[in-house]
Structures are given as C-alpha cells and as structure tokens.
Design a binder for this molecule. Structure first.
Ligand SMILES: Cc1ncc(COP(=O)(O)O)c(C=O)c1O
Length: 343
C-alpha cells in the first residue's frame, strides 16, 4: 500500500471543511467598501469583543493587517523595534520598508523569549536628528521561534516599557489562539496589553482567507483608509468572513490536539538530538539537523519520498507544522518513518 501523504509544511495549507463551506454559501453579504456587509460586521464585532477592544477591521492577509497596524503607529521614517526573526522584518518581502516606510531596529531573537531590559535599552527618544522609536512589535506565538509562547509576565513588562516611553505596542498575533490554548491566558488579557493586534483566521483555524486588525474605534477608522490605500478594500467578502466566524466558533479549542501531536512528533524525533520536546509548546516543530549531521534539503527529499512534506528553512533547519487537516494515521506514519531517516 502506498504511503499516505502528510503535509507538515504549514498550517496555512488547510482547506475549508464541508460545514465551513455551508456557512460561506449561506452568508448574507454586502459591499464592504461601503461598509455594508453584515457578515463582516459580525466578524469584526466578535473579534473586537474577544480581545476586549472597541473595534476590528477585516483584511485579506496577515501581512496587510500588520502593515496597517504599523502605519497607524509609526510615521514614515520613524522607528519600529522588534526581534530579528519577527515575521514583520523577515518574511513580509520588505513591506515594512517598501510600503510602510519604517526604520526598523531589531533585538536578537531567541525563540519566543524577550529580554525586556534589552528592549527598553533600545528605545530611542525624539532628538534633533535621531530616529525616534514609535512602536515595539512582538509575535505571539513566534513562527520562526518554533511556535514559542511569550510568557504573560514578559508582555506585561513590555507594556510598562511602552507606557513609560509613550511607545505603541503591537502584537503580530497570527497564532495568538495557539498561545491562548497553550498557556490558558484569556484572549482579552492579551488584548488589554496591546494598542493594536493583528490576528489570522487562516493559520491553524482552517479558514481560507482573512486577518483582522484590532484596536480602538479611532484607530480602526483610520485603518479603513489605510486598507483601501493598500488595495485591501473588498466587496462582498462576507463569504470569507463567514468562514472566519465558523473557524473562531469551532476550531480554537481543538488546537490543543495539534499541540499534542506536535509534542508527540518531537518526542519521537528527540533521540536523534534534533529537537527538545520540552520547547514544543504549540503546533510548530523545528528540527535542527546539525547534530544528526544531515542536510535539510536532503532530509526533506527523503521524507517526501515517504509521503511526508516538510519545509526547509535553512541548510540544516527543517520545520514540521501540525494542523486540522492531518489525521491520526498521518501522524502515526510520520512517527514511524521520520526517526529512521535521522539515523
Ligand atoms: C507570525 C506571522 N505573521 C504574519 C503572517 C502573514 O500572514 P499572510 O501570509 O496571511 O500575509 C504569517 C504568515 O505565516 C505569520 O506566520
């Protein structure tokens, strides 16, 4: 019998379930550039309430939601601080520079850990010729940081720093749901710490499209204009918002299954010295193949031969991501096959 194909490349690869498609098909829609789509209104209100903020704005992608939030916070030329592996500076094709005109300065990335004293020491005040720091961004959970969760206490300390210096605090919360499920921190507790958040419906929650910017009513009114300028004004996109509502109402709690599967995979692979299972908190399993003396592309090719698709992130770095379109059978296949490829 042929091996099953198990796709661990990303949690963005999920496709809408039949029930989600039904919700999409029956969505009541209107022109959202006219601000007349009832399903988008419902989604925006629901997400704003989840995070305890006044308002939210539906956007086509996480990248656009981040850039809208950053443009709200940082005048062109002024500065954003974030870590060196943040999606905002490493993975958005230079949008922060090319589209938002930001200066960025980064602190060294160590998983999801944040040394708040280091961040504070980097904040630069307004000066005659200085580039002033206007915003700090963190990523929860941290994608390149192996799905790590920033502890609530560190975020609270960052909030104090932001208040002390009058700096905007943004959360790239593409997978904030995963942090909420892993650490049990209420979404509203996270929401209270940030001036803006971007959150995604298409990363692990199973919706095909969509992110939201969350913030005050005043900021979100300004965000509507920025979204239109970036080409993100959509028309009858309530069809997509309906998928998002379905995802939020059905697929957050089940993320615990993805986390448990990621942990199981890490435990199966730990004897090869490529991953520490205790660092796997959510649905991302980075494999550092250095100790096993293996080459990332070669490992990925061998895994593909056995029906297991992985992402190659570096010469010796491969990543597995668990998500709702995988089955117990697929996970068991990976647990059986991958350790042998590492020996
Ligand atoms: C942490 C994080 N932020 C933002 C994004 C951007 O999302 P999109 O691909 O929808 O633009 C991603 C995408 O994977 C992500 O992982």
């Amino acid at each position: 019998m042929a091996d099953p194909v198990v796709d661990f490349r990303s949690d963005t690869l999920t496709t809408p379930s039949p029930a989600m498609r039904e919700a999409m098909a029956s969505a009541v829609v209107g022109d959202d550039v006219f601000d007349e789509d009832p399903t988008i209104h419902e989604l925006q209100a629901e997400v704003a309430a989840m995070f305890g903020h006044e308002a939210a704005l539906f956007a086509p992608s996480g990248t656009m939601a981040n850039q809208i939030a950053l443009q709200l916070a940082v005048p062109r030329g002024d500065e954003l601080l974030c870590d060196a592996a943040a999606h905002i500076v490493s993975d958005e094709i230079g949008a922060a520079a090319a589209l938002s005109g930001l200066s960025t300065r980064t602190w060294p990335a160590v998983g999801a850990d944040v040394d708040v004293a280091v961040v504070e020491s980097m904040v630069r005040p307004e000066g005659f010729v200085a580039v002033p720091t206007r915003a700090i961004a963190v990523e929860q959970t941290h994608n390149r940081g192996g799905g790590g969760v920033i502890p609530l206490s560190a975020l609270q300390d960052l909030r104090s720093v932001a208040d002390r210096y009058g700096v905007h605090l943004h959360c790239d919360g593409a997978r904030i749901w995963h942090a909420h499920v892993a650490d049990g921190v209420p979404l509203a507790t996270y929401g209270a710490l940030f001036d803006t958040l971007s959150v995604c419906l298409s990363k692990g929650l199973g919706a095909p499209v969509g992110s939201l910017v969350v913030g005050s009513a005043e900021r979100i009114a300004a965000a509507r204009k920025l979204r239109k300028r970036l080409g993100g004004g959509m028309r009858q996109a309530g069809i997509l918002a309906a998928a998002g509502l379905y995802a939020l109402r059905h697929n957050i709690g089940r993320l615990a299954d993805d986390h448990a599967r990621a942990r199981r995979l890490a435990e199966a692979l730990a004897p090869a010295g490529v991953v520490d299972p205790d660092r796997i908190r959510t649905n991302i399993v980075p494999l550092d193949l250095t100790k096993a003396g293996l080459d990332g592309p070669a490992f990925a090719a061998a895994a593909r031969e056995r029906g297991i698709l992985t992402s190659v992130l570096g010469p010796r770095l491969v990543r597995l991501v668990t998500h709702l379109d995988q089955t117990d059978e697929g996970i068991a296949h990976a647990e059986a096959v991958l350790p042998a490829l590492l020996s």
